[in-house]
Design a protein around this ligand. Structure first.
Ligand code: 5GP
Length: 113
């Protein structure tokens, strides 16, 4: 897989507002926020989309979920946020390196549209 936009960000080739980083993942502020808080939580391993994750990625996927808790507690949004994954172009995915959108800071309607 060729280097993705998010791999370039983690390698500091492209600037971004990095709000969290550990051994396996990092979180940045989305450049085009859809809510007052809009983060992208990204595994350092460049899985192109969730549906292509493999059994060997099980621990990494669990790690991402726990990182959501850490990050949202740090930002004091742990009581009201939405997690979204766009999987595939028809679902709105535009960057083909798995990422979890964390949205908070406004009323979040349902269905999301
Ligand atoms: P997707 O549409 O693939 O689910 O989400 C990709 C997200 O990446 C979009 O919300 C888009 O605004 C964000 N994005 C695209 N390019 C950049 C960039 O260069 N920097 C940052 N911080 N976010 C980006």
């Amino acid at each position: 897989m060729s280097e993705t936009l998010f791999t370039k960000i983690i390698n500091r080739q492209i600037p971004a507002d990095i709000v969290y980083e550990d051994e396996h993942c990092f979180a940045i502020r989305d450049i085009n926020p859809q809510a007052p808080v809009h983060l992208l939580l990204i595994p350092k391993k460049p899985i192109d989309r969730l549906s292509n994750a493999q059994a060997e990625d099980q621990a990494l996927l669990g790690h991402l979920m726990l990182a959501v808790g850490t990050i949202t507690r740090e930002l004091k949004i742990e009581n009201a946020f939405r997690l979204a994954v766009n999987n595939g172009a028809d679902a709105g995915q535009s960057v083909f390196h798995l990422h979890l959108h964390i949205l908070a800071g406004r009323a979040l309607t349902w269905p999301p549209g």
